[in-house]
Structure formats: structure tokens, C-alpha cells
Design a protein around this ligand. Structure first.
Ligand code: UDP
Ligand code: MG
Length: 170
């Protein structure tokens, strides 16, 4: 599979071009602070998703409020903004088949205490607020969040040789 020149999220496999999905994913300050960045990102890599954007960054209160604007009226909003700005995060973009749903399933339930074993939150977290990771929950959210955190030129498609195996038969 290779990236189609004219398609931001396109991919070619054996000459057939199709659109794959992109999603925004972040390791939150607790994950960075606990030294779990490599462990977390390796789960997505091993699943077969393609890393197309990556940065370690400090989130400003303004960016935090825009990122979580859907939760603005929730009681936990002030604490959430405080938490996400409390230390660096690792912001990433991933590409692959059904990337949004796949990443959400790798993350596990929002409340880490209830997250299934085998998921990131299920294996590495216990809290509702400090729950290790963020992932877009819809196509609209993914588009919005990717644009909030990355300029288009910061996203690079790097085909993985084993994608011919990952997508064999499609
Ligand atoms: N959150 C919280 N208390 C709640 C619900 C959510 O502190 O009762 C925080 C938690 O960090 C969560 C984030 O707000 O990850 C966004 O909530 P959402 O419902 O979007 O969960 P997610 O999509 O991260 O699973
Ligand atoms: Mg969410």
C-alpha cells in the first residue's frame, strides 16, 4: 500500500485506491509523567496503524478549552482543563482502516477502573479524570482535533512495508 499523491487520507493497495481514516490520539500528562509514552504508542503501532503526526507539547488553557468545548458545561470541565494543561502531552495522528473506532477500542472505557483488561486504560490506569489517553470519538471530532493540534504540513504519510500483509485481500 502507498499513499495516493492526490488524496490526504487515501491509500493504494495493488493499484486500487481507497480512503482510509485518520484520528487524533494523545497521551495525557499522567501518561507522559509516568513514563508510559513508549508503551502506549507501541500498542497502536503493533495494531498496524500508521503514525502520521507526532509532537510533545504543552497544552495552553485556550487550546484545552477549545479541544474539550463539547464538555464546557459539564461539572468536571474546570478540573479537566487543569489536568490536561498540568504537564506535557504527546499529540499524535494515526491512519488506518476504521482508525477512529479501532483506537477507541484500544483505549477502553472512560472510567479506567471499569475499562477492560487488555485496553490501555484497563491495563495502566485507575482514574476517571487521569485516564492516560485521549482519542477522537467521531469523524467530525477527528477532523476538528487534528486541525487544532497540527498544521497540514506536519502530517506525513509513511507507508509501512507490512501494510501489504495488514490489508491483504482488501
Ligand atoms: N472526565 C472526567 N469526569 C467525568 C467524565 C470525563 O474527568 O465524569 C474527563 C476524562 O479525562 C475524559 C475526558 O473528561 O477522558 C473527556 O470525557 P469523554 O466523555 O469525552 O471521555 P473519553 O472520550 O476521553 O473517553
Ligand atoms: Mg471524548
Amino acid at each position: 500500500m502507498r499513499t495516493c499523491p492526490g488524496l490526504a487520507t487515501g491509500a493504494c493497495f495493488w493499484g486500487v485506491c481507497r480512503v482510509v481514516e485518520r484520528t487524533f490520539f494523545a497521551v495525557k500528562p499522567d501518561g507522559v509523567g509516568r513514563g508510559l509514552v513508549g508503551e502506549v504508542l507501541s500498542r497502536l503501532e503493533r495494531k498496524g496503524l500508521r503514525l502520521v503526526g507526532l509532537k510533545l507539547m504543552q497544552v495552553s488553557p485556550d487550546l484545552a478549552q477549545r479541544h474539550y468545548e463539547a464538555h464546557r458545561d459539564k461539572p468536571f470541565f474546570p478540573g479537566l482543563v487543569k489536568f490536561i494543561t498540568s504537564g506535557p502531552i504527546v499529540a499524535t495522528v494515526w491512519e488506518g482502516r476504521d482508525a477512529i473506532a479501532v483506537v477507541r477500542s484500544l483505549m477502553g472505557a472512560t472510567d479506567s477502573a471499569k475499562a477492560a483488561p487488555g485496553t490501555l486504560r484497563g491495563d495502566f490506569a485507575l482514574s476517571m479524570g487521569s485516564n492516560l489517553v485521549h482519542g477522537s470519538d467521531s469523524k467530525e471530532a477527528a477532523e476538528r482535533e487534528i486541525a487544532l493540534f497540527f498544521r497540514p504540513e506536519e502530517l506525513v504519510g509513511a507507508a509501512r512495508p507490512e501494510e501489504s500483509w495488514l490489508y491483504a485481500g482488501e
